[in-house]
Design a protein around this ligand. Sequence first.
Ligand code: ADP
Ligand code: F6P
Length: 457
Amino acid sequence: MGLIIISNREPYAPKRGEDGELRWVPSIGGLTAALDPALQHAGGTWIAWGEELPEISEVDLPQDAPRYRLKRLRLSEAEVRDFYYGFSNRALWPMSHYFIGRTKYQTATWRAYVNVNRRFAKAAVESYREGDLIWVHDYQLALVPRMIREALPHARIGFFWHIPWPSAEVFRTLPWDRELLDGLLGADLIGMHTQDYVRYFQIACERVLGAETEGDTVRWQDHISRMVARPIGIEVETFEELATSPEVEEEADRIRRTLQTQILLGVDRLDYTKGIPERLEAFDAFLDRHPEARGRVTLLQIAVPSRERVESYRQLRAQVEGLVGRINGKHTRDGWSPVQYIYRGVSREELVAHYRAADVMLVTPLRDGLNLVAKEFAASSRDGVLILSRFAGAADEMPEALQVNPYNVDGLAGTLLEALQMPLDEKKARLQRLRERLKQSDLHAWAEGFIQELAAT
Ligand code: ADP
Ligand code: F6P
């Protein structure tokens, strides 16, 4: 029995070094980081969009000790524009995160979405061998389960939806609400990060399709799909080991020596769902309210460029850069600037060194399916405090974080003070409890649990 994983983003991207040699570099993002070890363990096939060097159609990975085959779909320029930037990231992404005002529902991009989903499904059917398990991922590929089911009625098909599932009222703004649900309900097992998302999904199935729901199931057209709420985990021990390695400790010390203040840290893709402007406004309000903190606290914001061909993302970048400039212009003095802004992806080591150096981690999305950064920080920190938005899926599992409403800028400014003044014993106790829970449901348990349940369907 092999495993077939299907996702839009590939686990490694090819990069040609200056020496002309081809290297497969891990992609940034939670989804691919989670599934690569699972597929290395099970062996099989991964089907994804080959963005860089699309002429390479297949490769065995990881490069130095291959364990599975990556099949790369070559998307045309128009498909990338309409399927990825268009429907996935201008319709489904904002709708699922409750940003209805940012959606663009266009029939042309919907058609591209259907066609590209069909191409992914066809590749899966071609790779399929009797007994294989098929696991499809995320909102870019919601129609794939139904399309595979039509060709392979007896295949075992799983689906994981990695972003929030919104309330039924919001979901019903999508002109293709029926088609999307029908596509997903081709799967035998559908996973989401929280029980709330599962409940909202079932309500949508009842209202939009008239499907029957009972317990954790949805019955639609004589087929039963089972739902499971299972938040994704991280490789806790890998983060702990990296965080305590001499190189990372040294880099963390270097960061602290350079800044010479307490450190507030933000690490995000530059996405309007992540609440970065609100976080900056809260820090500004904090400095206004506590002039004594000037020169003593720095906000270090690391943002990875993301989806820059979408207007909302370009606007956000300009907004964030404007705010950083305004806040620095207002408060900078005697060689101290309140906000340090890094606009690029950083290596895993550099990232963990920043987690290690931070006194307070700010994870304040306006809405987030789960948020892995919160978990990575909790696994890596020495004695830092996590401030976490109540609108991140991870909040359910992390009650020891200081939970905030990111829309309440004054409230967040108050929580900053509480975090910066928290006694050491309390910080350590909170972190320890967070870590114990992370270990109980780590990344491997997440992937293996889902695969086992799928195998049993
Ligand atoms: P999303 O899936 O919306 O991007 P998550 O927080 O769930 O949000 O996952 C983001 C992943 O990307 C995490 O594993 C995090 O470590 C990584 N990441 C985020 N920002 C950076 C950055 N600037 N450099 C490197 N990795 C980053
Ligand atoms: O977890 C949500 C998600 O959209 C993944 O599907 C995706 O791989 C990741 O965030 C990063 O986004 P993108 O692939 O659009 O760069």
